[in-house]
Design a binder for this molecule. Structure first.
Ligand code: AMP
Length: 134
């Protein structure tokens, strides 16, 4: 079982942003920017690791789910754009990164990661969750 399945199951805590029956969105624990969110499909074991191994339907639905989360991130952070990245070299469970950016360099994965307090993480997760509904 992957660490992301444990997060989806509530066995490991996360700063949840949103979920539906197929996807779970939560804050990256080592964000590049405040509001950096991961979108993870709820997958049977063994979980697909590589995004382009997903069935067409779930791959398409993941992008549409991400669109709603990106709207929430944009409103909550007042960023210029929400950048999208798929890396997947660390956690072997398909996921997309949604990162609020104002310039290209804001989503460079060679940048140092931010350290936010638990209160800051809770606050930004709640702000994004609220903004998704609008
Ligand atoms: P990658 O697999 O290269 O896309 O990177 C995995 C991402 O997951 C990294 O940005 C990590 O900071 C993030 N990550 C790993 N474990 C957790 C966790 N327990 N909660 C939130 N984010 C995590």
């Amino acid at each position: 079982m992957t660490i992301f399945t444990k997060i989806i199951n509530g066995e490991i805590p996360s700063y949840k942003v949103a979920e539906n029956e197929k996807f779970y969105a939560f804050l990256d624990i080592n964000p590049l920017q405040k509001g950096h969110t991961l979108i993870v499909p709820k997958l049977p074991e063994p979980e697909a690791d590589y995004i382009f191994d997903l069935d067409d339907d779930i791959l398409s639905e993941m992008l549409v789910f991400s669109k709603h989360i990106a709207h929430g991130i944009k409103v909550a952070t007042n960023c210029k754009r929400v950048g999208v990245a798929v890396i997947g070299l660390e956690v072997p469970h398909v996921h997309m990164h949604l990162i609020p950016i104002n310039k290209e360099k804001d989503m460079s994965f060679s940048n140092p990661k931010m350290t936010l307090s638990s209160d800051e993480m809770v606050n930004i997760a709640n702000s994004i969750a609220e903004a998704i509904k609008c």
